[in-house]
Design a protein around this ligand. Structure first.
Ligand code: G6Q
Length: 546
């Protein structure tokens, strides 16, 4: 396998990056009146403007050539066709099948997965209809008022993010809660808001063995049984899992288990039965629109030539900055309060997928792979970390996401919000020269000494890249589009970096060590740890907790 950084396409980009370092994005706008048109793509209810990037035609075409040399088009087909592209776990990667709304057959091990996908969706629909209508009664004959999803990582972040993002579509009178952390505080604080006879727990775990989820589920079960008795469990617990045996062992009737499959990765699973709390909250019709939005991007990604393909371009722009300009991080900045968990969701999707240091063939990478992703909803971020993005020493490419219409058009809030998002993108690009800063200070009647010092502090280099993603409104369809866009952007980068985006061995070591340390803290076992720091900390904790 030829390393991507040894290809002629990569070398060409290296030399182009040196030339591009001398160019300013703002000047490129002045030189080309059509720049916005050239570098903007409209798709359905979404607009992707990537004109404020350090690219020109040569760079853009060379990035596309890099994608071609990495065999991106073929790899896209492999994913959609159910090839086992998760090589270290020998699994297909088929979250796209979960939203395959035209139902064309997709085969894994010679079996079409679509009948089962549709069967589970139908069961989810029936169940969520029952809960929403009040037909599903708790043990004491009362309607369900609180749903508590117990899951972590991929079995939590997607549903929380989507339920928050789609709040205007959530059923009134149904309170949605999510418990993930092993910290008992998380569960206890949620239980304080619930009553046993009107609460439904959804235990969401692909493996049904995850320490945090099973510990939390057992605590919830005890809380319920203490109040209503053991027979209440069947009316107040359902499971989402791939592991029937463990679900049975926990005491949940498999009739109340919603299945998914090993070809659905945790962080790509919100479209599967893991999305059950989303469906309960927003109803089948809206959930279907979410799937349709995801599917619209799938079709775009699979069929559109690379040069007009939004996730491909997003992925390549990231590669451009991470590998040729030394950018190590990447900010996703949604200007919609309902999207406040979107950056957290993407942190897992992106960093768990491409935070890898070994190539497919087992060789270590000698170039940078997945970036550090962070973000906060606008305008909060502007009053905290944007300082560093504007004037700091790091180059941080940004994605701004904004809806043209708000669900809450109150006064001129939304116009102010939109003005801010456009202003931020412009400020990053244009900057402010020392001369402009100086003129400003003169107008402010500052003295000469102050001007000489302050003009530097008040200048902005600009030339800092960003993408602008506008959607009509944050609704189920556009949310589906957004999530799917980022999933495929991550895929594209994984292909270029030659890493398996679909395993997550990096989370294992900590789990193993926690299992060794736990008995030393709780069961009074001899403290046997190879390093002095861990040993002394265990001793200190034990002494204090005696
Ligand atoms: C996601 C990861 C991980 C996983 C959690 C929960 O891609 O695999 O975040 O989702 O560890 O696992 P379970 O669903 O098996 O409890």
């Amino acid at each position: 396998m030829k390393s991507i950084n040894k290809t002629k396409e990569w070398k060409k980009l290296e030399s182009l990056s040196k030339k591009m370092s001398k160019k300013h994005i703002y000047d490129m706008f002045k030189e080309d009146k059509d720049r916005y048109k050239k570098y903007t793509i409209d798709l359905d209810k979404l607009t992707f403007d990537f004109s404020k990037n350090r690219i020109d035609e040569k760079v853009f075409n060379s990035l596309i050539d890099l994608a071609k040399s990495a065999g991106l088009q073929e790899k896209i087909e492999e994913m959609f066709c159910g090839e086992k592209i998760n090589t270290t776990e020998n699994r297909a990667v088929l979250h796209t099948a979960l939203r395959n709304r035209d139902n064309h057959p997709i085969f894994v091990d010679d079996e079409d997965v679509m009948p089962e996908v549709n069967n589970v969706l139908k069961r989810m629909k029936d169940f969520s209809d029952e809960v929403r209508s009040g037909e599903w009664k708790g043990h004491s004959g009362k309607k369900i008022k609180s749903i508590v999803n117990i899951g972590i990582g991929g079995s939590d972040l997607g549903p929380v993010m989507a339920v928050e993002a789609l709040k205007p579509y959530c059923k009134k009178g149904l309170d949605m809660h999510f418990v993930s952390n092993i910290d008992g505080t998380h569960m206890i604080e949620v239980l304080k808001k619930c009553k046993p006879d009107t609460t439904l727990f959804v235990v969401a775990s692909k493996t049904f063995t995850t320490q945090e989820t099973m510990t939390n589920a057992n605590t919830a079960r005890k809380w319920l049984i203490d109040e209503l008795g053991k027979t209440a469990v069947k009316k107040h617990f359902v499971a989402v899992s791939t592991n029937k045996e463990e679900v049975k062992k926990f005491g949940i009737n498999v009739k109340n288990m919603f299945e998914f499959w090993n070809w659905v990765g945790g962080r790509y699973s919100m479209w599967s039965a893991i999305g059950l709390p989303i469906m309960i909250a927003i109803g089948w019709d809206n959930f279907e629109k979410l799937l349709e939005g995801g599917n619209a991007i799938d079709k775009h990604f699979r069929t559109t030539p690379l040069e007009n393909n939004i996730p491909v371009i997003m992925g390549l722009l990231g590669v451009w900055y991470h590998n040729f300009f030394g950018a190590e991080s990447y900010a996703v900045l949604p200007y919609d309060q309902y999207l406040h968990r979107f950056p957290a969701y993407l942190q897992q999707a992106d960093m768990e997928s491409n935070g890898k240091g070994v190539r497919f063939d087992g060789k270590y990478l000698d170039y940078q792979s997945g970036p550090i992703l962070f973000g906060e909803p606008g305008t909060n971020g502007q009053h905290s970390f944007y300082q560093l993005i504007h004037q700091g020493t790091h180059l941080i490419p940004c994605d701004f996401i904004a809806p043209i219409h708000s669900h809450n058009e109150t006064g001129n809030h939304h116009e102010i919000l939109l003005a801010n998002v456009l202003a931020q993108a412009k400020a990053l690009m244009k900057g402010k020269t020392e001369k402009e800063a100086e003129e400003e200070l003169i107008r402010m009647k500052k003295n000469k000494e102050d001007i000489a010092l302050l003009k530097k502090h008040r200048a902005f280099s600009g030339n800092r890249p960003s993408n602008m993603i506008l959607v009509e409104k944050v609704d189920p369809f556009t949310l589906g589009m957004l999530v799917s866009l980022y999933e495929h952007k991550i895929f594209v980068q994984g292909v270029i970096w030659q890493v398996n985006s679909y395993d997550q061995w990096g989370v294992e070591l900590g789990k193993q060590l926690a299992n060794q340390i736990l008995p030393q803290i709780s069961a009074g076992k001899n403290v046997k740890t190879s390093d002095n720091s861990t040993k002394n900390l265990i001793k200190k904790i034990r002494k204090a907790r005696k």
